[in-house]
Design a protein around this ligand. Structure first.
Ligand SMILES: [Zn+2]
Length: 588
């Protein structure tokens, strides 16, 4: 007899009457008692403030693989793991279940570190820009100016197309432009002998008209030959330079101090070894590099607290995951790709992955919401209704790239369960890419991204610790950890519970897509397109429920197989009914 605790499952911000959005139906549904138990155990121990403390330590550094800030961040997490009881792999015994290692790799490129930079218009008594206020001024890989800095004239080349350089004296000057810093540097310094660049380029979602002093970070090529450098500008600084240039030549004083040096790239990996199938693992990945607090010191801090809570619950005997749980801290995408593909045995053992990237936003300050970026489903082919790409910039993908899987709804439901007690806003977006979930998907493994968007301070030097909320870190960390605990428990009863929730999600989705298709047809939409969309969703969910076979260790029980077959049959029948109705509309 399953003890029921009633729960309202409602997706935030959806308009029920117009039947848009994924889960417009408020529905009574009981949370599986084991899942409920995981939530109370993890919520009890997880400290948002502790995660914030680590985030605060990491965000002080501009982290680039190999540099002091990156390595110090890795060592900080290492000390948290050691305090929690994780043993260095080289000292660990076979029986140790909490183990970690730091992988060291020589780097082909020099690492880089900014120290300080100033830009002053001659005649002004104070700098126009200084790293005391804006830490993103120096473009990554910039070299130091000679001691005392350089004085030179500024020439403006607009978008830095080839023609913009015609009839402009460039040699020995400082070039101002509105183009990608790499292209501006190539055209101005590498090809025409400028001594440095001033670059203005900021995406509209950073709202530069409002945040006139925000500066996004960027990079230039490593260039030992020219010893060149570049500065990123804020809107305010850019406007000032352009208005001065209207009144005649402008000379500036630039001081830049940076360090480039040979170093090693570090990757930290912690393991909670499973008791029954330790060779099968659920992998979390949080990238360390980049200068931001939310992007991604928050992921580093949240994941460190997750690893600490796991150790605590394991050593106290409160949990006993049958499969292993792995936490990876490293360079974005590259370290995850390497972890999955470097060793064929390990490749086989990775079953599920989650990228924790931008997981601490205080959305009252940053705007945006928490988002689960789904694995490729038909909403990434036909984004409509409440499914839309973020401002980060997803594009529709091909139907051939679909990855039907229970993971999308499974993760969403766990986050909604965490949200039921505190009003946390949980939304999803169609697959876009650009983070550590991609290497998993490229290897054919189920994976989602937990993030926030639109964060108005994304990739700018406004992304500092005051934009991070300990409550958000807790909501994300608890939900993510419960997801891993549920799937590494490999419990047949939970597997069948998940079949029910996938079937429910399928029926809700098919109903909404049917309603959207009807509206589209009424609006002279293409019948072929609507038929294809409904067919795609039916196929996607029929296949997705079948992936629940992954949950039980070894052979899937007959009971679960029968439950899958029944659910798949009901999904197919429901989808076919809607297709038949769409078909009948064609004839009319
Ligand atoms: Zn990131």
């Amino acid at each position: 007899m399953r003890k029921t605790t009633s729960v309202m499952i409602v997706t935030s911000g959806l308009c029920l009457t117009c039947l848009t959005g994924i889960r417009a139906e408020a529905q009574e549904r009981s949370v599986h008692p084991d899942i409920e138990n995981y939530f109370s155990l993890v919520n009890q121990d997880f400290s948002g403030l502790r995660a914030l403390d680590t985030t605060s330590f990491v965000e002080k550094f501009w982290r680039i693989p190999g540099n002091k800030g990156f390595n110090e961040s890795i060592f900080r997490v290492e000390s948290i793991l050691q305090d929690a009881g994780y043993i260095p792999e080289e000292q660990a015994k076979e029986s140790d279940r909490l183990v970690y290692r730091i992988e060291r790799r020589s780097m082909k490129r020099l690492t880089w570190e900014p120290i300080r930079a100033n830009l002053t218009i001659l005649g002004d008594d104070k700098p126009l820009l200084t790293t005391d206020i804006n830490r993103n001024i120096p473009l990554i890989n910039s070299r130091s100016t000679p001691p005392g800095g350089v004085f030179a004239e500024v020439v403006h080349v607009g978008g830095a197309r080839r023609a913009d350089f015609d009839d402009v004296e460039i040699e020995g000057k400082i070039v101002l432009g509105e183009a990608s810093p790499r292209r501006l540097y190539r055209e101005a310094v590498l090809h025409r002998g400028a001594i440095g660049i001033l670059c203005y380029r900021i995406p509209s979602f950073n709202q530069p008209d409002q945040h006139v002093n925000s500066i996004p970070f960027g990079s230039i090529p490593q260039d030992a030959e020219n010893q060149g450098w570049g500065l990123m500008l804020s809107k305010a600084a850019h406007d000032r330079l352009l208005s001065d240039l209207k009144n005649g030549p402008v000379r500036v004083h630039v001081e830049m101090e940076t360090r480039l040096y040979a170093s090693e790239e570090l990757t930290l990996i912690a393991f909670v070894n499973g008791s029954e199938a330790p060779q099968e693992q659920f992998v979390f990945s949080a990238h360390v590099q980049e200068p931001g607090a939310n992007d991604n010191a928050s992921g580093v801090g949240c994941q460190a607290e997750m690893a600490r809570v796991m150790a605590k619950l394991l050593t106290t005997g409160a949990i006993d995951p049958k499969r292993s749980i792995t936490f990876l801290w490293g360079d974005e995408i590259r370290s995850t790709h390497r972890y999955i593909t470097e060793d064929p045995e390990r490749d086989k053992s990775v079953k599920w992955g989650i990228s924790l990237d931008m997981v601490g936003e205080d959305t009252t300050r940053t705007g945006g919401t928490f988002l689960i970026e789904k694995m490729p489903d038909p909403s990434a082919v036909w984004p409509r209704g409440d499914d839309h790409f973020s401002e980060w910039g997803g594009k529709p993908i091909d139907l051939a790239r679909m990855m039907p899987h229970f993971f999308n709804d499974f993760i969403l439901n766990r986050c909604l369960e965490q949200a039921r007690t505190n009003g946390w806003t949980v939304r999803t977006n169609p697959f876009e890419g650009g983070s550590d979930h991609v290497p998993f998907l490229n290897a054919g493994k189920p994976s989602v991204l937990m993030w926030h968007f639109t964060d108005v301070y994304y990739h700018t030097d406004g992304d500092r610790i005051e934009m991070v909320s300990p409550d958000t870190l807790k909501n994300v960390g608890v939900s993510a950890l419960v997801c891993a605990l549920v799937l590494t428990s490999a419990d047949p009863d939970i597997a069948r519970y998940i079949i029910d929730e996938i079937e429910e999600a399928a029926l809700l989705r098919l109903e909404k897509e049917f309603t959207l298709s009807c509206a589209a047809l009424e609006d002279q939409g293409s019948w072929e397109r609507e038929f294809l969309i409904l067919r795609a969703w039916t196929d996607w969910y029929r296949e997705a429920v079948g992936t629940v076979r992954e949950i039980e260790i070894g052979e899937t029980s007959m009971q679960t197989i029968h439950a899958i077959e029944r659910a798949a049959e009901r999904i197919e029948r429901t989808g076919s009914d809607y297709l038949a109705r769409i078909n009948s509309m064609r004839k009319q």
